[in-house]
Design a protein around this ligand. Sequence first.
Ligand SMILES: O=C(O)c1ccccc1NCC(=O)[C@H](O)[C@H](O)COP(=O)(O)O
Length: 266
Amino acid sequence: MSDILDTILARKAVEIGLLQQRYSRSALDALARAADAPRGFIAALESRAAAGSAAVIAEVKRASPSKGLIREDFDPAWLAREYADGGAACLSVLTDEKFFQGHNAFLVQARAACTLPVIRKDFIVDEWQVVEARAIGADCILLIAAALSPARLKALYDAARAWQLDVLVEIHDGDELDQVLAAGLGDGWLLGINNRNLRSFETRLETTLDLLPRLPAGLPVVTESGIAGAADVARMRAAGVDRFLVGESLMRQPQPSAALRALIGG
Ligand SMILES: O=C(O)c1ccccc1NCC(=O)[C@H](O)[C@H](O)COP(=O)(O)O
């Protein structure tokens, strides 16, 4: 496991404790039950890919451990409208406060500003965080294989599915792929390959391209991180990858809608 992931996960243990002090489990469950119905994250992505378009999950991300502050004028609702206007299939919203300057409220604001499904981008290691994700309106959660044992991955996946959440399961290499495939997940999940090495922060699109021959046929895959423009999208699509998670390159643009349109192309 990488140093930054260790550091982030240590903080998550503290945050889970705070969440459990703030709510009883029955109160949190009640909030999750009262949340707006899930919008169908994977369905939205798949319908865009089936129509022959690049299916983009556009990310609302103010800062990151690798890049520091990415965007000073940061308005999640405005960004969500820009991304919807630019042709995003779904949104990703960072909710981690300490390392990404995110917030749960940013997900609520972004989702309320458009009709797109939203993934809660955070470091989920406990069922309480799954319920919290549904309580704030998330349609999908991220589960990072490097942060979870196979048994824990399966337990959190089961919890997410019980709350009608879709799941993006993220890997970085072939060993993590093998672990995920052995976990015996059912429906309602898709695979993300993160091109960013969490130890060095080096971002190489070859991380996705090199793993493609190892993927089971028919498993939808999202390439994550380091998509800088239309040439990267074209390169991935030529290799058969049609689903993208894009943050920084859109967040740095004065008009993200136009940048997203150019990224997706014809
Ligand atoms: O972005 C980071 O610095 C980072 C560091 C440690 C763990 C995760 C990190 N990023 C999360 C992501 O997966 C990206 O935000 C996402 O894939 C978008 O990447 P990009 O288009 O390169 O902003």
